[in-house]
Design a protein around this ligand. Structure first.
Ligand code: C2O
Ligand code: CU
Length: 493
């Protein structure tokens, strides 16, 4: 394998002007840190201290939430939607008054959302205009191995590749991102991240909020150089931690909402940061889906943990708030202070909607018995994070589950870091957590990524049903994955 860094560089403008630490904004100190949680209410507004710095480009709630554009197919047949996408450099309006160089699908961050229908094929031709290898992984998708975006299956510079997605799975909030081995922590950070919303008839019958009321939210932490370019500092142990939270590419934005229910599809698109989300002073949100689609029934949540790569669909009912209320979705960092993710500004009027989230969303398939039991120890060795003491080796198959069987996989984390473990190509159910009960929001649906907490052991039941072939599983803390915290499974017939 070629060296990891020799063919990689940040987006062009950042490269010429960046000047790491010395020029950093050091934005953390005066960023969106709010009053301690205890003093927060739904009417929380920007503190006086923040108002005094009103011209800081990091001031929260200054911009409206950017809505991610939807990808339009170039051609449709009776069975298939065709898309043409280019992986390229672009400029993003992240900080007011600055242009931020990025990499993006179609040159935007986040990339355009693909809306797919169960049973209809999607074909995306991806043209790589970057000066280094790239590829595309449909995270959470049931995808034949040759289209999965295996880290070693890459598109050469100036090359293109047609990804075929059969969409033979239930409605779910999926996402797609770069996966060329060894540099995904940087390519995702610089923007190669997008949503893929899969819909089906069963879900449609539930009449959940749609259209303007179905809103994808990509949450990711970043840091900046003085010229407004993204600043990336590698930390192999902890992973990258930025000091500024972006939602859909804007610093802690605000969104004007009507007094009715909304569906928010949240993706933690951060390199390594986990969130513990609260709405106002611990107000109720309703979780209706996780990584792999709808839960069996809605689950009320006052705090919503979200590890890297995880998705949750939340319904928030803004009829519960008086017109004019400003409601902050924030991250509780566990030290008494909170960081704003975004703010919902409840509009006047409305409140007459009578839709209720159905009590039953989707029957949960009975679990097939496990035909094998495997243990994966997550630990630090040879200067990097590893699984069972091994680094990723594309020439080695680490496990060969039989096609159409289930296996119980146990992730044992004796370290002091969170490892969000992700299996490509297959979904699983969370069975047990050594730290306590499995929350219904994790238990009542399918998942593809599970946060394994410090000193925790988590057992999952994975179903190797959809396709056979070679895939990977890895930690989705991207710095861990790049430095080889990844193994290979080959599903055999
Ligand atoms: Cu989000 Cu290997 O994936
Ligand atoms: Cu990890």
């Amino acid at each position: 394998m070629a060296g990891r860094d020799d063919m990689w560089h940040p987006p062009a403008d950042a490269w010429s002007r960046r000047d790491f630490l010395r020029n950093g904004f050091a934005s953390a100190a005066f960023l969106c840190t709010l009053a301690p949680a205890a003093r927060q209410g739904p009417r929380l507004v920007t503190s006086a201290a923040l108002r005094a710095r009103a011209r800081s480009p990091f001031e929260p709630f200054r911009r409206d939430l950017p809505l991610i554009p939807e990808f339009l197919p170039v051609r449709q047949t009776r069975t298939t939607d065709y898309y043409e996408s280019s992986i390229r450099e672009g400029m993003a309006d992240v900080l007011p008054g600055f242009q931020t160089p990025i990499y993006g699908y179609e040159g935007i961050y986040p990339g355009p959302t693909i809306r797919a229908r169960k049973g209809r094929r999607v074909v995306v031709n991806q043209r790589n205009t970057l000066g280094f290898e790239s590829n595309v992984h449909l995270h959470g998708g049931y995808v034949p191995a040759q289209f999965d975006g295996h880290p070693m299956d890459v598109i050469a510079p100036d090359g293109e590749f047609e990804y075929h997605y059969p969409n033979h799975q239930d409605a779910a909030t999926l996402w797609y991102h770069d996966h060329a081995h060894g540099r995904t922590s940087r390519t995702l950070y610089y923007g190669l991240v997008a949503m893929y919303v899969l819909e089906d008839d069963l879900e449609r019958e539930l009449e959940l909020p749609t259209g303007d009321y179905d809103v994808p939210l990509v949450i990711a932490d970043h840091a900046f150089n003085k010229d407004g370019s993204f600043r990336y500092l590698e930390n192999i142990d902890l992973g990258f931690r930025g000091d500024t939270i972006l939602v859909n590419g804007a610093v802690s934005p605000r969104m004007r909402v009507e007094r009715r229910k909304y569906r928010f599809r949240l993706l933690n698109g951060s390199n390594s940061r986990s969130y513990d989300l609260r709405l106002g002073k611990g107000r109720r949100m309703t979780q209706i889906a996780g990584d792999g689609g709808l839960l069996e029934r809605p689950v009320g949540r006052r705090r919503m943990p979200l590890h890297p790569a995880e998705r949750v669909d939340l319904v928030i009912d803004f009829r519960d708030y008086r017109p004019g209320t400003e409601l902050v979705l924030h991250d509780a960092d566990g030290e008494g202070s909170t960081v704003a993710i975004m703010r919902f500004d409840v509009a006047r009027g409305g409140g007459r909607e009578d839709f209720r989230v159905p009590r039953r969303l989707r029957p949960l398939e009975p679990l097939p018995a496990a035909s094998a039991d495997r243990t994966w120890r997550l630990g630090f060795g040879s200067g990097a994070w590893q699984i069972n003491g091994k680094d990723f080796d594309p020439n080695r198959i680490d496990v060969s589950p039989r096609h159409r069987t289930s296996e119980r996989w146990t992730f044992v984390n004796r370290s002091n870091r969170v490892h969000p473990m992700h299996i490509h190509g297959f979904l699983f159910r969370v069975l047990e957590r050594s730290s306590g009960r499995v929350h219904p929001g994790d238990r009542l649906g399918w998942k593809d990524t599970v946060g394994v907490l410090p000193n925790e052991t988590v057992a999952v039941l994975a179903w190797f049903g959809p396709y056979s072939g070679r895939y990977v599983f890895h930690c989705h803390s991207l710095e861990h994955a790049d430095h080889a915290m990844m193994l290979q499974q080959e599903v055999v017939r």
